[in-house]
Design a binder for this molecule. Structure first.
Ligand code: PMP
Length: 388
C-alpha cells in the first residue's frame, strides 16, 4: 500500500521546502530528559555537598535489613509514597539498587528456588519490557530461564511472572495473566506515578520495584528501590547486591534522597511548583499534539486509555504513558521501525517486545526540542503519501 511506497521514497523534507538536515532523532530508549526544564527552575534547591571525609564506609548509617541503605533515602522513599499514595510502605522492607534494573535481577535471584534441578521459568505478557529476556538469561544462570510471553505459558509447576504496570511499552494497567498456583510475582511499577497514570489505589504486593529514573527523571543517578513483604526475600535480594556490588553508591543515594525530598516538598508547599502537576501537564500537552498528528496522517493507530479517578490529583484523569505505542495501519508486512527510520526517527520495533514489526515504541520523554522535531517529521510522512 501507500506505506510501502512511502518507505521506498524517503521524504524528510518539511512542507515549507527547507531541507531538514539535522540528524536522526533518537527516541528508542526512554531517556527521561524532559524533566530537565523543571530541575533547572528549581535552581540550587537540590544541591548537596560532600566533604572529603564523608561516605567512606561500605556501611550505611541506618538500621535497615538492607545494610547499605542510607536512612535519609529510606525516609524520603517512605514519605513520597505516602504523599503520592501509590504504594503501601509500612511493614515492607526496602532494598536499594543501582537502578531498578539491578533489582529485577536481585528479585529473580531471590525468588528462584535453589533446590531445583531445572531453572525456573520467567515470563511476562507480550508486549513486555524489552530488557527482561536479557536480564533473565544474560549470565546463563542455572537458577532461572526466560520462557517468553506469559499468555502462552502452560507449564505446570513454579514460575516467576514480571508484571509491569503501567506497562512498558504500551502503557496499559496490568494484572498477572498466568493462573498457576506456584507463581511468584514481581511488580515492576516504574511508571506508577501521577504524571503517567491515575493513582487508583496504593499498590500492595509481595515484591514491588520503583525507580527514580522515571519518577523524577534522574536516570543517571542509577537509584531504584524494592518494597518487599517477606524478610527472607528482602535478605536474599540484599545478599545479591552484596555479591555483585557490595551495596550502592552513597553519593547517589544521598542525592536521590534530596531529589525525592524536594519532590515531596513541592507537593505540600504551595510556594513551590508541584513536580507532578508540572510533569503531568507537559505529558498531557505532548500526548494531545501527538494524537493530532496521528489522526491527521491516518497511517498509524494509537489506543485510547480509560479515564480514571486519581487519588493524588483528586480528579478524573487520562493516562499519558512514557512511551507511545504506534501501530501501523498497513498490512502484516509493514516494518514501522524502518519506515520511521527513513524519516530520521529512531524507535524500537515491536519485535523487541515479543510482538511484530507493525508496532513501534517511541519515547515521549525527550527534550522539547527533539519532541518538536519528531512531530514535524511524523507530519511529513503524510506529506510524502500525498505527493505520490
Ligand atoms: N523497568 C521498566 C519497566 C523500565 O522501563 C525501566 C527503564 N527503562 C527499568 C525497569 C529500569 O530502570 P532503571 O534501571 O533506570 O531504574
Amino acid at each position: 500500500g501507500c506505506l510501502v511506497m512511502c518507505s521506498s521514497f524517503p521524504c524528510a523534507t518539511p512542507e515549507n521546502g527547507t531541507r531538514d538536515t539535522s540528524p536522526t532523532i533518537v527516541l528508542d530508549h526512554g531517556d527521561p530528559t524532559m524533566y530537565e526544564s523543571y530541575w533547572q527552575k528549581m535552581g540550587n534547591k537540590c544541591n548537596i555537598t560532600f566533604n572529603g571525609n564523608d561516605s567512606l564506609s561500605y556501611f550505611a548509617n541506618g538500621k535497615s535489613l538492607c545494610w547499605f541503605l542510607e536512612s535519609k533515602l529510606e525516609e524520603q522513599i517512605k514519605r513520597l509514597h505516602k504523599i503520592v499514595g501509590n504504594a503501601i510502605v509500612d511493614n515492607n522492607y526496602i532494598v536499594v539498587g543501582t537502578g531498578s534494573s539491578q533489582l529485577v535481577q536481585a528479585a529473580l535471584y531471590a525468588l528462584s528456588p535453589s533446590d531445583q534441578l531445572e531453572p525456573i521459568s520467567v515470563v511476562s505478557a507480550s508486549p513486555f519490557y524489552s530488557a527482561y529476556p536479557d536480564m533473565t538469561d544474560f549470565v546463563r544462570s542455572g537458577l532461572h530461564k526466560w520462557a517468553g510471553d506469559a499468555n502462552l505459558f502452560e507449564k505446570d509447576g513454579p514460575y516467576i511472572e514480571l508484571i509491569t504496570s503501567p506497562n512498558n511499552p504500551d502503557g496499559i494497567i496490568r494484572e498477572p495473566v498466568v493462573n498457576g498456583e506456584q507463581g511468584k510475582l514481581i511488580y515492576d511499577l516504574a511508571y506508577y506515578w501521577p504524571q503517567y497514570t491515575s493513582i487508583t489505589s496504593p499498590a500492595n504486593h509481595d515484591v514491588m520495584l520503583f525507580t527514580i529514573s522515571k519518577c523524577t527523571g534522574h536516570a543517571g543517578s542509577r537509584i531504584g528501590w524494592a518494597l518487599v513483604k517477606d524478610k527472607e526475600v528482602a535478605g536474599k535480594m540484599t545478599k545479591f547486591m552484596e555479591i555483585s556490588t557490595i551495596g550502592v553508591s552513597k553519593e547517589a543515594q544521598l542525592r536521590a534522597g534530596k531529589i525525592l525530598e524536594v519532590v515531596s516538598d513541592s507537593c505540600l508547599d504551595f510556594t513551590l511548583e508541584n513536580f507532578f502537576e508540572y510533569s503531568r501537564s507537559l505529558m498531557t500537552d505532548r500526548w494531545q499534539r501527538l494524537r493530532q498528528v496521528v489522526t491527521d496522517n491516518d497511517i498509524f493507530f494509537i489506543q485510547n486509555y480509560p479515564r480514571q479517578y486519581c487519588l493524588f490529583t483528586k480528579d478524573v484523569c487520562e493516562s499519558h504513558p512514557a512511551f507511545a505505542w504506534l501501530i501501523c495501519k498497513g498490512g502484516e508486512e509493514e516494518d514501522c521501525e524502518k519506515l520511521l527510520k527513513e524519516h530520521k526517527i529512531q524507535t524500537r520495533s515491536g519485535r523487541r517486545f515479543g510482538t511484530d514489526s507493525r508496532k513501534v515504541r517511541i519515547s515521549m520523554l525527550s527534550r522539547d526540542e527533539d519532541f518538536n522535531i519528531f512531530l514535524k517529521r511524523l507530519m511529513t510522512i503524510k506529506g510524502c503519501i500525498n505527493k505520490k
